[in-house]
Ligand binder design. Structure first.
Ligand SMILES: [Fe+2]
Ligand SMILES: [Fe+2]
Length: 296
């Protein structure tokens, strides 16, 4: 258990994609595309986090939590933008994700959008539902972040260093801010029934969107013909260490549903901060901050 508190701030990173191959895990389109689904879900998903949290900010009655939420908003906005910037590169390589991202945009902007609700109970209920959904999703972003920080098999197989840096910079910030969404949910509501219900919705939606995204990429990859994606492919890659293990994912479910769950009980802030102090993109961002404008 870790109790240290660090002030959250967005790191102003940038990545250049021109040298990243289409199959950036060499010879393994399935792993590449399973991870690529993040670039489809996160731009709209994290923009939605920011949108919801901006509505929650005025309800926060704790200065420290408000500061954390503001730091979280800054980090998620940067994540969303950084994954979005991979999409033109995919298009240049003949893989246009627009048909899929249009569905994801609809999902977050319309289905999970503001709806026309009168101010009062209904509007607050819908805001609390979404705050709880974000807490459930953040359980998984921290899980994935912790996984990718330790996924040495990807390095061994020669995965593209820029993509790994994007994933690990993002993953490290997810671990760093892993308690914020849960703390906000607890502060505004914290009902166990809502936590369990929204976990079930978030988990099913993530599974649904993810498997559709992988199928979309495999079907539209210009270098593949008749490629299929199956659960067995996922399970095998998990065992090989290039994707998260199915067992580890299943074991994370009762943890989130435990009565005494708190994100600080799992994962290591020290490991995350250590990566952030060595990440090429985060280092470049720090250098740019230090040097006068235009000199970076
Ligand atoms: Fe994020
Ligand atoms: Fe996050």
């Amino acid at each position: 258990m870790e109790s240290e508190r660090i002030a959250l701030k967005a790191r102003n990173v940038s990545f250049s994609w021109e040298d990243t191959p289409l199959h950036w895990v060499p010879g393994d389109p399935f792993t590449t595309h399973t991870i690529n689904v993040l670039h489809l879900l996160l731009p709209a998903g994290e923009r939605w986090f920011v949108h919801v949290y901006e509505q929650a900010l005025p309800l926060i009655e704790d200065d420290r939590l408000r500061e954390d939420v503001i730091g979280f908003i800054g980090q998620e906005a940067m994540h969303s933008q950084s994954h979005d910037e991979v999409l033109p590169h995919l298009r240049e390589q003949g893989l246009d994700p627009t048909p899929y991202t249009a569905q994801v945009d609809w999902f977050f902007e319309k289905l999970l959008g503001d709806r026309t609700l009168p101010p009062g109970r209904a509007r607050r209920w819908w805001l609390l539902e979404r705050v709880a959904l974000i807490a459930a999703i953040e359980h998984y972003t921290a899980f994935l972040g912790d996984w990718v920080l330790g996924a040495a098999e990807l390095d061994r197989r020669g995965a593209d260093p820029t993509m790994l840096d994007l994933l690990r910079w993002h993953g490290a910030e997810e671990v760093e801010h892993r308690s914020v969404a849960f703390d906000l949910f607890t502060h505004l509501d914290g009902s166990y029934r809502r936590r369990a219900r929204t976990w079930a919705s978030a988990f099913s939606a993530l599974l649904f969107l993810w498997q559709r995204g992988v199928r979309f990429f495999m079907a539209n990859d210009p270098t593949l013909t008749g490629a299929k994606a199956s659960f067995k492919d996922f399970y095998d890659r998990g065992r090989a260490g290039v994707l998260p293990g199915t067992g580890a994912m299943l074991r994370s479910i009762p943890r989130y549903l435990g009565r005494d769950y708190h994100p600080s009980h799992e994962f290591s802030t020290a490991q995350a901060v250590a990566y952030l102090s060595a990440s090429p993109a985060a280092l470049a961002a720090r250098r740019a901050e230090r040097s006068p404008k235009g000199a970076a």
